[in-house]
Design a protein around this ligand. Sequence first.
Ligand SMILES: O=P(O)(O)OC[C@H]1O[C@H](O)[C@H](O)[C@@H](O)[C@@H]1O
Length: 547
Amino acid sequence: MADITESPEWSALAEHQAVLAGRHLRELFADDPGRVGRMTVTAGDLRLDYSKHRVTAETLRLLVALAERAGLRGRIEAMFSGEHINVSEDRAVLHTALRLPPGEALTVDGQDVSADVHAVLDRMAEFAGRVRAGEWTGFTGKSITTVVNIGIGGSDLGPAMAYEALHDYADAGISCRFVSNIDPADIVGKLADLDPERTLFVVASKTFGTLETLTNAKVARRWLVERLGDDKAVSRHFVAVSTNAERVAEFGIDTANMFGFWDWVGGRYSFDGAIGLALMIAIGGEAFREMLAGFREIDEHFRAAPFEANMPVLMGLLGVWYTDFFGAQTRAVLPYSQRLARFPAYLQQLTMESNGKSVRADGAPVVAQTGEIFWGEPGTNGQHAFYQLLHQGTRLVPADFIGFAEPFEEPAVDGTAMHDLLTANLLAQTSALAFGKTAEEIAAEGTPAAVVPHKVMPGNRPTSTILVRKLTPKTLGSLVALYEHVVFVEGTIWGIDSFDQWGVELGKVMAMDLAPALTSDEPPGETPDPSTAALVRAYRELRGRRV
Ligand SMILES: O=P(O)(O)OC[C@H]1O[C@H](O)[C@H](O)[C@@H](O)[C@@H]1O
């Protein structure tokens, strides 16, 4: 199969970039007064202004042509209809089925996927409702006030991010905590002040074979049994979310208290299904379904909107544009919402585990650069830390700014609402990044000549601005679906399988091989390599063990 980089569309973009690279956003705006109107798209509740990107109408035409060349339209249909587009694992990729409206049929591989999804959602809602109403009680008959989700990766980041984003909607007096790391500091710290009688553990693991999760779950079980003094307490305080009923039963959790999903849901695409159980207990089944409606709105937009007005397609193509034609390495995601503090971390798994690949789906090496490095912090904190590099550094760092019009809190100081100050900062940053400040402007302010170069703000630094009325379950769902599809668009252009993650396996296996060497009384060997063997010896010595 010919590589996309050999296509005439790719070459046309490379030629176009050579011309555009010399042009400043100031000029692009001056040349095209209609730019902002044309480069603003809406999708459901999301509004995207992408006019501050280093693109013209011609760039967009060429990028859309590239998407056509990559067969994006057909790939989208293949995903939605359940073809096995995860080729290395021979699986369908159907996270979009997790938000199908009730009654909309979808049969894949002979299975009524829609019915399965709604059966689980209904069970989750029923269970969540009982916990919220205090009908599901702990072993001693007390109602549950804290849910501890034990999971890692996709079984942690999604629900943890969403709970933090939506905690204002937690209306039943139940809060959530998330334990993921195998560092004992995590679970020990999170259990320290908990009342075992009122704690429910959700052990979330797609495979139910993940070392961190099973280890933390065993620690939690021991903590509970020691405090409640009876093994039988486990069934009232532990439920599981998994695709693997056998292992759940082996662990000692009643499979009647297990909520399932399927191998066609990738871990990093899973919190809108059963992996969202802790979140659903906190915010309730109704709010959870509103979140699903937000996901669905973007799914429908992605499937139907022409590419020129298709938000995930445009954002994905812009990612390819900077990655492959400008040599950008990273993309900053800067939510101007404290509640979205974990959103960049969530996106890191979603995007980098999906698209951090160097072979194509057919096994041939990729030619283009793949896998943007996603990172970020909520504004305005980032402004006082790393924005210096964004404004004046030598690297090009495209950034997504995300803002909300309606706050949850309304304190005002000196007559100005804090939230308006927050938003003013967001807008100021994107404008400064795009348009900068010239040496002439700085000199005209009376700046000493020697200082002028230090103060020059080059501008021409591209940003997207996503503006939303309010952070709600629905708009959060839409934001997540947006980025899920951005990943898909980029992966399709690069011709990679965005749905496997073989690269994480080797380290896990080696850790299990190394663990005995750290604790053993036997002299440490020379494996797996001289450097690591020396570190094993050093660790044993520092830990007071035999070397
Ligand atoms: O849900 P689990 O099976 O426990 O997997 C948890 C996580 O671990 C794996 O190593 C993968 O890299 C992730 O994609 C996954 O989300």
